[in-house]
Design a protein around this ligand. Structure first.
Ligand code: PMP
Length: 415
């Protein structure tokens, strides 16, 4: 069975890589599938599918509690995945990596555990105008509970954050700056190293939502000096229901547990419970073992293909796609930041994005339409929704051509 049939070939051999992704080999409505919805979820290579299957077929047992062979095997595979996440993010310690359900749970964990302990009335939390709802709502909930205030870094018409406005928002009351590394609705790559540096200078912490950054651009949490960094496995060619929260060791150690239950304790009596050490303190209950192992296989896969190679290929696709779509009359790209990842969000005068998506689907082209869980972004650009083509390293220039042709045909069909 192929694991990485194309292993790190130079130049980037996308056709060979595609062979690792069984889902891509199908036709939809009689047309070859053109999958351009990887920002919603990425497709999975054989390496991931096989790892999950192997766990269920050969190693299936609960982790951490068993002396028997299967439990030891499953524990080893699960903990190995944590070590892979450490390598992927270049964190200093393995204990800094917490398995969570995904980015959403990671943000909720921090806003609940760190937030309730450290945020009080009159404090301020800063987010940006381009956040996914997952990095807005948990902070709003914390603000409602504590009486803290939410502040928002504005952006310009290209979808770039206004750093001078950010500087003005920072003050001694700022406790946390929670910003996305890459915008899912616009593709903007934010200057997170600078954002973090400025937060620290103001005495605040910084949480980075990395859902759209991994695996598209290299992430190094130590170089960034991020206090917290979150990403979802399913956007990194791994399974759904698993993700990673990175947190600096001292911070995680200082935080109370997020949920109570099995595995997060050292001892329990009715009088007193002693919590477990990191990372288990934050991992109550039987976790998504198969998901963790699948995520480990996904990170291995991505690291072997090479994040830098992925970024270069996707950037070339983005440049090509931007040019192709810009030539379509009436099409307006939403999100034209200078630093941009592989997202092509657009509206077409007089056409509803939902109709565009439906007609494209008839041609086998999968795009996403809607507000992309970023309603404030839609409000800013005064659109109800966009059509979004989001690219991954398994996409080809021919698929961009198919998209451009498809959009032109869609216009004919709908007008
Ligand atoms: N943040 C961003 C920027 C995202 O794109 C997403 C997923 N669309 C999330 C957070 C939430 O991720 P998940 O649903 O996997 O928790």
């Amino acid at each position: 069975m192929s694991t990485l049939s194309s292993a790190v070939t130079a130049p980037f051999d996308v056709e060979k890589l595609r062979e690792d992704f069984p889902v891509l080999k199908q036709t939809i409505h009689g047309k070859p599938l053109v999958y351009l919805d990887s920002a919603a979820t990425a497709q999975k290579p054989h390496a991931v599918i096989d790892a999950i299957r192997r766990f269920h077929e050969v190693d299936c047992a609960n982790i951490h509690r068993g002396v028997h062979e299967l439990s030891q095997r499953s524990t080893a595979a699960y903990e190995e995945a944590r070590i892979k996440a450490k390598r992927f993010l270049n964190s200093r310690y393995t204990d800094e990596l917490i398995f969570v359900r995904g980015t959403t749970e990671a943000v909720n964990l921090v806003s609940s555990s760190w937030g309730r302990k450290n945020v009080k009335s009159g404090d301020e939390i800063i987010v940006s105008a381009m956040e996914h709802h997952s990095n807005i709502v948990p902070w709003q909930m914390l603000c409602e509970e504590t009486g803290a205030a939410l502040r928002v870094i504005p952006m310009n018409e290209h979808g770039e954050l206004l750093m001078e406005e950010y500087a003005k928002l920072l003050n001694p009351r700022t406790r946390m700056v929670a910003v996305t590394h890459v915008s899912n609705a616009l593709g903007t790559i934010n200057p997170v190293a600078e954002i973090i540096r400025m937060a620290h200078a103001a005495g605040a912490l910084a949480l980075i939502d990395g859902a759209q950054a991994a695996p598209h651009i290299k992430v190094d949490v130590q170089a960034l000096d991020a206090d917290f960094y979150a990403f979802s496995g399913h956007k990194v060619v791994g399974p759904t229901g698993i993700g990673i929260l990175y947190g600096k060791l001292a911070l995680l150690n200082s935080m109370p547990p997020y949920q109570g239950g099995g595995d997060m304790i050292k001892s329990v009596t009715f009088e007193k419970t002693i919590y477990n050490d990191l990372p288990y303190k934050f991992e109550a209950g039987t976790p998504n073992i198969a998901g963790g192992i699948g995520l480990g296989a996904a990170l291995d896969y991505v690291m072997r293909v090479g994040v830098d190679q992925i970024a270069a290929h996707e950037h070339a696709l983005l440049v090509y796609g931007t040019e192709a779509l810009s030539q379509i009359p009436g099409l307006r790209l939403i999100g034209t930041a200078r630093e941009k990842a592989s997202v092509l969000s657009f509206v077409i005068e007089g056409l509803h994005p939902h109709d565009i998506g439906t007609v494209l689907d008839q041609m086998g082209i999968a795009v996403r339409t809607g507000h992309h869980c970023a309603q404030p972004v839609m409000d800013f650009f005064k659109v109800a929704a966009t059509t979004r083509a989001s690219l991954a390293f398994y996409n080809t220039f021919a698929e961009i051509d198919a998209l451009a042709t498809g959009i032109r045909k869609t216009k004919e069909v709908l007008t």
